[in-house]
Design a protein around this ligand. Structure first.
Ligand SMILES: Nc1ncnc2c1ncn2[C@@H]1O[C@H](COP(=O)(O)OP(=O)(O)OP(=O)(O)O)[C@@H](O)[C@H]1O
Length: 302
């Protein structure tokens, strides 16, 4: 049984429909990504799941609990990441953890969290004096203090530089290793591809695609591009005669072949039969970026 089930979720703000119709389910142990352009309704959908916003339509079940009816119970099982401005800058790391642990019936020992999340030397440091990466680690520790089965991270890495972002990815994987299911809202294609088992792409309040990262890529992965430099002069006819090849172009000594299906095998075989070596051989395939553009018509964040 899925841990989270969302069916036909709808949420309006005054006269603006932020979430039109969103359905997906999240299995236990997954890192499930929600990806989409700005204003797509990602945060609104996630906040309805957390019980921070009241939905206007549809059904949500989080471990059998309904956020509209069972909010107190739900809060015990769902760890929500701290928003940037939520802690007073003078509050010390240990004070924040101790305060948050009082919100839960069965908190974990926050001293362990300090060790686990690499904050041992920082227990007495005020929140406002932590680096961006340390604030993220505290944010994750605070999300885990209630010993939750689900953690929700919304744009956890958006404000971080690329190095700190990669460090945070390792932390998110570590959260999953602790048997916590992760719901991850992100703008970053690379982040979704690297971390998520499955991704729902949301646009204008609707799910436009839901699949594994490679499943999403394969939807636009029809064309393959092969580039190489032939070891001896070669007649293009050798390649254009192959049914898998749609075009052959040349730029100086480089040959570019575009095709579909088993085009790589077909090209390499015909070259080998003719004793031609493909030097500097490169293959290009569609990426998750291409899938995002094809599915939403928007350019992803970098
Ligand atoms: N409290 C609110 N009142 C009115 N409209 C809102 C409110 N919160 C969000 N919206 C609007 O609802 C739509 C969806 O917003 P939401 O924050 O859920 O999108 P998002 O996909 O998370 O966007 P982003 O990636 O930019 O954070 C947007 O058009 C936004 O302006």
């Amino acid at each position: 049984m899925p841990l989270i089930e969302v069916s036909n979720l709808r949420k309006e703000y005054r006269n603006h429909v932020a979430v039109q119709d969103v359905s997906f389910s999240v299995e236990e142990g997954e890192i499930f990504g929600i990806l989409g352009p700005n204003g797509a309704g990602k945060t609104t959908a996630v906040e309805c799941i957390e019980g921070m916003r009241k939905r206007d339509g549809g059904e949500i079940s989080v471990m059998g609990l309904d956020p509209l009816k069972d909010l107190a119970e739900l809060r015990e099982s769902i760890g929500i990441q701290l928003q940037q401005s939520e802690l007073p800058p003078k509050m010390k790391v240990w004070e924040a953890l101790e305060l948050y642990s009082t919100f839960y019936r069965d908190p974990v020992d926050w001293r362990e969290l300090i060790k686990d999340w690499g904050l041992s030397g920082k227990a007495d440091t005020p929140y406002g004096s932590l680096s961006g990466g340390q604030q993220q680690r505290l944010s994750i520790a605070l999300a885990l203090v209630g010993n939750p089965r689900i953690a929700v991270f919304d744009e956890l890495t958006t404000a971080l530089d690329p190095h700190a972002r990669r460090e945070t990815w390792k932390l998110i994987e570590k959260v999953r290793e602790q048997d916590v299911t992760v719901l991850l809202v992100t703008h970053f294609m690379e982040e979704a591809e690297r971390l998520c088992d499955r991704i729902a792409i949301i646009e204008s309040g609707r799910v436009v695609a839901l699949d594994t990262p490679s499943g999403l890529v394969s939807r636009v992965d029809e064309q393959q591009i092969i580039r190489f430099k032939p070891s001896v002069p070669m007649d293009d006819e050798l390649l254009t005669s192959l049914p898998e090849v749609s075009s052959v172009t040349r730029s100086k000594s480089q040959v570019t072949v575009v095709g579909k299906g088993n085009v790589v095998y077909a090209v390499i075989s015909v070259l080998a039969r003719n004793q031609i070596v493909a030097n500097e051989l490169r293959l290009e395939q569609a990426s998750l970026d291409d899938a995002f553009v094809a599915l939403t018509g928007s350019k992803p964040a970098n």
